[in-house]
Design a protein around this ligand. Structure first.
Ligand code: ADP
Length: 480
């Protein structure tokens, strides 16, 4: 579980807030119940007290104390009702005291006597026996012809207290469960609510510079999330316009540069063959011509790349035999390779039908073969081979050249990257050949794999998706 995630933090906040509100409700419930029970008990005591007050008032002067007790027992039945009744006549004569109640919740003899002056109005108070039995007491003074009476009624507080204890226990058990359930529910709900954000993030992650028309999914939530995806999509639209403008500018600039370069090259070539020019000047013009050649190479590389960027590679797509294209290209470059003492082997090429822009894919083979020849010392060889798997068909170009260190492999397809800058530049390399290869392959859905180790040689493997006719040919071949 990610502790920094929004879902987790909201879950924790949710749990804290719920705990606080549940605790408040619990405390309210606890004291509310206590207040209600005390009030109900007080009312009941006062009602019974009124009955006894009536008895006291109606007692004729000189009535025996036992007769008063009998009258009370008949009308109120204190023991049976678990009540204490104590009647005292001024100045301090105990007229009546009820016996041990049916539930034995208190000992009537142990209830402390009323302290202080007798109240004129009915009062309720709490008292405790020596055995810590808590009672609620009501006390009223009655003026009767037979004397002045203090009428006390009491009831045990134990049943109410035990109800409160039960409530407390129930709350203590339920509260953590409720909070845990609510927090888990909150965590899940927030996680679910954030799912559209995840979808947007995944789409943003998968966006490629090649696909400038890709847009984020707009989640119809009608809130900030929907507005965010719409705004980001608008921004992507503006970004696409600006990238396309700069790509078109690069394409136009490299195109415009080609003509003056061709003119300069032509003029210099004419000059270099002019006999009226001295040897030293001719040498210098020759080296300028070499630089112009490199510049031309660079500009045409940039032009190809920028055209690929603006999506001009998908012009003429046809199905053709890749093996035939590779063999033909190898034949055209064989002379250059032999000049450098390098053999090209094409005997492992088998018919491999692919679909794509033939001219562009020829450029891929030219660039890879050109690199293989340039980075292989005299006496080495370059071998072409094809293979077909279940998911793809591959063309392999393997050389016995100088190879590349593992750290370079992740950069060789970057623009202007050269492993050994000095050597590559000497050979006319501008670091654009493999970038062009990658761009063309990306358009054709071709994966490129490179194996290389210094001093051992390199192998570039192009994995083509099966074309429709190559699939039907192979299924025809394997069918019954
Ligand atoms: P360049 O035009 O400079 O050759 P590339 O983009 O074609 O640029 O290649 C980038 C770099 O990758 C080269 O400078 C070279 O160092 C390295 N490289 C490419 N192909 C090979 C190979 N077959 N053998 C060894 N190094 C290679």
């Amino acid at each position: 579980m990610n502790h920094r995630s929004l879902a987790f933090r909201l879950g924790v906040w949710y749990a804290l807030l719920l705990s606080a509100s549940f605790t408040l409700v619990g405390v309210g419930l606890f004291y509310g119940l206590e207040h209600y029970l005390r009030a109900a008990l007080g009312d009941s005591l006062r009602r019974r007290s009124t009955q006894i007050e009536e008895i006291a008032r109606s007692v004729p002067t000189g009535t025996a104390v036992a007769a008063i007790g009998d009258a009370i027992e008949i009308r109120v039945a204190p023991e049976f009702n678990n009540r204490l009744v104590r009647v005292t006549r001024a100045p301090g004569e105990l007229v009546y005291r009820s016996g041990v109640p049916a539930d034995r919740s208190f000992d009537p003899a142990a209830v402390p006597p009323f302290s202080g002056p007798w109240p004129t109005n009915s009062v309720t108070h709490r008292t405790e026996t020596a055995q810590h039995q808590a009672l609620m007491m009501s006390a009223t003074t009655v003026e009767a012809p037979s004397g002045r009476y203090l009428i006390e009624l009491g009831a045990s507080l134990a049943p109410g207290d035990s109800l409160q204890t039960h409530l407390l226990l129930l709350l203590a058990m339920l509260l953590p469960v409720l909070v845990a359930l609510a927090a888990a529910g909150g965590y899940l709900l927030v996680g679910r609510a954030l799912r559209p954000v995840d979808r947007i993030a995944q789409s943003a992650e998968q966006m490629l510079l090649q696909d400038l028309d890709a847009r984020l999914p707009v989640v119809p939530t009608g809130d900030a999330l929907e507005r965010l995806s719409i705004s980001v999509n608008h921004m992507l639209g503006r970004l696409r316009d600006s990238i396309q403008t700069s790509r078109r500018f690069l394409a136009d600039a490299s195109h415009e540069l080609r003509t003056p370069l061709t003119v300069i090259k032509g003029e210099l070539q004419e000059l270099v063959h002019n006999d009226a020019i001295g040897r030293e000047l001719r040498d210098r013009i020759g080296s300028v011509l070499e630089e112009v050649g490199r510049l031309e190479h660079l500009v045409s590389g940039l032009l190809v790349l920028s055209r690929l960027d603006v999506g001009e590679a998908q012009r003429v797509w046809v199905e053709f035999d890749l093996a035939e294209l590779a063999a033909g290209t190898a034949d055209q470059m064989r002379l250059m390779a032999e000049d450098r003492g390098i053999q090209i082997h094409t005997s492992n090429l088998a018919r491999t039908v692919v679909r794509g822009d033939r001219a562009r894919l020829k450029q891929v083979i030219v660039n890879l073969l050109d690199n293989a020849i340039r980075f292989t010392p005299r006496g080495g060889s370059v071998t072409f081979s094809t293979s077909a798997g279940e998911k793809h068909q591959a063309l392999e170009i393997r050389d016995t050249g100088i190879g590349m260190p593992p750290t370079a492999l992740s950069h060789i397809f970057d623009r202007f990257y050269r492993v050994d800058e000095a050597r590559s530049r000497e050979d006319g390399g501008a670091g654009l050949g493999l970038s062009i290869v990658r761009s063309i392959c990306a358009v054709h859905g071709v994966d490129i794999e490179v194996d290389s180790s210094p001093g051992q040689g390199s192998c570039f493997r192009l994995k083509f998706p099966h074309s429709r006719s190559s699939l039907s040919a192979s299924s025809a071949g394997t069918g019954p």
